[in-house]
Every structure is written in C-alpha cells, then in structure tokens.
Design a protein. Structure first.
Length: 133
C-alpha cells in the first residue's frame, strides 16, 4: 500500500497477492490479484472464504486511501460478503470502488472474479472509517 513498506504487511506477503490503484490510477478504485495455490484452499479444494474476503478488504482499503486527505488512514468497520460460486483455482481479481466518500465514513463496493470469467465469484459492500493519524 502507498507509504507502507511491504514488510509491514505480512498477511499480503503470506497470501502473495498484488495490489494496485484502479485502471489509469483513477482515485477511488483499486485492484488486487492473487494466483491461487494450495495454501489458499480449504480441505475441499475450494478457495477459502477468508482469502476472498482478505483480498477485497485490502483492495477496499487501498481505494479508500486514494480519496483521503494527507495524514489520514482508514479501517474497515463493516464489510458484507456474498459468495456466489466456488473457486477451485486460477487467478483471482478483486476490484473495489468508492461509492461515497464522506468526512468520517467511506462506502464501497467490491467484487471478485476469476480472470477470464466476468461472472462474479463474490460481491461485497463495505464501510471504512476515516481516521486522522
């Protein structure tokens, strides 16, 4: 994430996903990408829901940071996920978009799909608190 050394985000390192701003660096958007391997699967061979959640929650945080004033940070205060289809492998792409950026709370939506398949595997809505650092 911007301004945060990778070593200070061990969960991202452990899950091994990338995170970037949205297309063309558009503020209020972010994309996270993860190549599924065995560490991401539950005992049934399906990507664990917590992995999907973490991917989008992180993208939502990145999208939120892109619309905040200098010196502010954010934290998720509520995220709702609806899993629509199981994922057994491939490249997961999580997108996050700011719907409304208020002074104290930012509202977002997100989705996860397998690269090459536009059907969502999960959709999310979330709210992030704006915190003055």
């Amino acid at each position: 994430m911007d301004g945060i050394p990778e070593a200070e985000f061990p969960l991202r390192t452990f899950l091994d996903f990338s995170i970037d701003g949205g297309p063309d660096g558009e503020p209020g958007t972010a994309v996270a990408v993860l190549d599924v391997d065995e560490r991401h699967l539950n005992p049934n061979g399906i990507v664990h829901g917590g992995v999907v959640f973490t991917l989008v929650d992180t993208a939502m945080g990145r999208a939120t940071l892109s619309v905040l004033d200098e010196g502010c940070i954010c934290a998720s205060i509520e995220v709702s996920v609806r899993y629509l289809r199981p994922v057994g492998g491939g490249r997961l792409v999580a997108t996050a978009t700011v719907l409304r950026a208020g002074r104290r709370i930012v509202h977002l939506e997100g989705a996860v799909h397998v690269e090459g398949d536009d059907r969502p595997a999960a959709v999310l809505q979330g709210s992030f608190a704006v915190i003055e650092a």
